[in-house]
Design a binder for this molecule. Structure first.
Ligand code: V47
Ligand code: SF4
Length: 382
């Protein structure tokens, strides 16, 4: 027996995990059951995490850019969106976009994380030219831009195909895509939290097309609201199926629901124990996705550190200008310094590795840390 675990009910799952075999829907439900000891689920996930990523824990140096918070949709879980006439509504102009890019470069960032609202008065060209403006001025900054929901909105605006839009975005400078907009795919839940936006089949069409073009993407799941364990496992299995087909997802990020200032503010934020269980079950079910991100902004620092022993191998970035979670009540800091994020990883018993957006190792010149270059390839695991 490789994995220390005592529950007889987990024997079958333990055998499968040790043999690298795929877990079923029923396995996922058993692992999600609160009666199944969390530390044993964690030990199984940690086994897989170390098999895939050794002792490494990745981070990057990044900045967020939410070009607008004005949005045609009204997802019930969202505190970030605004109407045009509300005082908090904004849309960045070119000078603000350039200033954000310059600040990123000055701070040694390798990535800009770009997501936002769907502004009914902005044309597709505004979104496209924003990418081009950033890429022209800061060609070394990787632009991780637009969720599948935004691409679907551009489709509606232009009547162009998903492929044409992605080709135009790539030509303008988009490097990869974030995983947002996935929420919960099952229609029983999706119809109640984000009725009008891209449905599951559209979300998958956008990611499949990106993967077929060689564009790497991330994937997410928003949990801890009105969904149940069945909806979560169904969601993970759908992601696993596309990954079997395309191998284009690089990391999964479970997103813990933050209720403040949302239409679901009566629901309590998920507990740290639920956060750890969702992370561990995700690691176990998504056997074909290389990385699991414990997004510290959302989990809180302590839970994110603990998650590095429950399946996660990535903490996301140093982050600047995060709005989506802070609008919804996150109490985490606005940013971490490189020293802080590395120390958190070391304190959790892991080896920090700076990566770029697509998981190349990054090295820095100690005399001039804002200067970076690609390091040796990262080679671990199955
Ligand atoms: O789709 C919005 C989520 C997503 C709330 O790819 C909320 O590395 C919890 O795409 N409580 C957008 N979640 C953010 C996103 C993302 C985030 C982190 C990493 C990556 C990546 C991508 O944010 C939305 C939705 O699922 N969200 N409001 C809320 N109140
Ligand atoms: Fe708009 Fe995105 Fe918020 Fe939904 S989650 S309301 S699409 S900004």
């Amino acid at each position: 027996m490789l994995i220390q675990s005592t529950s007889p009910s987990l024997k079958n799952i333990r055998d499968k995990v040790e043999a690298g075999k795929r877990l079923s829907l029923d396995d996922g439900l058993l692992l999600s059951d609160e009666k199944t000891p969390l530390h044993e689920v964690g030990a199984l996930a940690n086994f897989v995490r170390e098999r895939k990523n050794g002792n490494y824990a990745y981070y990057n140096i990044n900045t967020h850019l939410n070009a607008t918070n004005i949005c045609v949709y009204r997802c019930t879980f969202c505190a970030f969106r605004s109407d045009l006439r509300e005082a908090k509504g904004y849309a960045m102009d070119d000078a603000q976009v350039i200033a954000r890019g310059q600040e990123a470069v000055d701070n040694g960032c390798t990535e800009l994380h770009i997501v936002g609202g769907l502004h009914h008065q902005r044309k597709y060209e505004w979104y496209l030219e924003l990418v081009r403006l950033l890429h022209t001025n800061f060609p070394d900054l990787h632009l991780k831009a637009w969720t599948a929901v935004e691409i679907n909105w551009f489709e509606f605006l232009t009547k162009k195909s998903v492929r044409t839009i992605l080709e135009e975005m790539r030509e303008a400078g988009m490097g990869s895509m974030p995983g947002g907009g996935a929420e919960i795919f099952h229609p029983e839940v999706r119809s109640r939290i984000c009725e009008h936006k891209a449905d599951a089949s559209k979300w998958f069409e956008v990611h499949r097309t990106a993967h077929q073009m060689g564009v790497k993407t991330n994937c997410t799941m928003l949990y801890g609201h009105i969904e149940n364990a069945y909806h979560r496992i169904d969601h993970l299995i759908r992601l696993r199926e596309l990954q079997d087909e395309t191998n284009g997802f690089q990391v999964f990020i479970p997103l813990a629901f933050h209720p403040e200032n949302t239409g679901l503010s009566h629901i309590k934020k998920p507990s740290s124990l639920m956060d750890l269980r969702v992370m561990a079950v995700s690691r176990l079910m998504l056997d074909n996705i290389p990385h699991m991100k414990a997004y510290w902004i959302m989990l809180g620092i302590g839970t994110a550190q603990a998650a590095l022993a429950y399946g996660a191998d990535d903490l996301d970035g140093t982050v600047r200008h995060e709005l989506i979670y802070h609008d919804a009540g996150a109490t985490t800091p606005e940013l971490l310094t490189v020293d802080q994020i590395r120390r958190l990883i070391v304190e959790a018993g892991r080896e920090p590795v700076e990566r770029d957006t697509v998981y190349n190792r990054i090295e820095r010149d100690p005399a001039n840390p804002s200067k970076w270059f690609l390091g040796e390839p990262i080679t671990v695991g199955a």
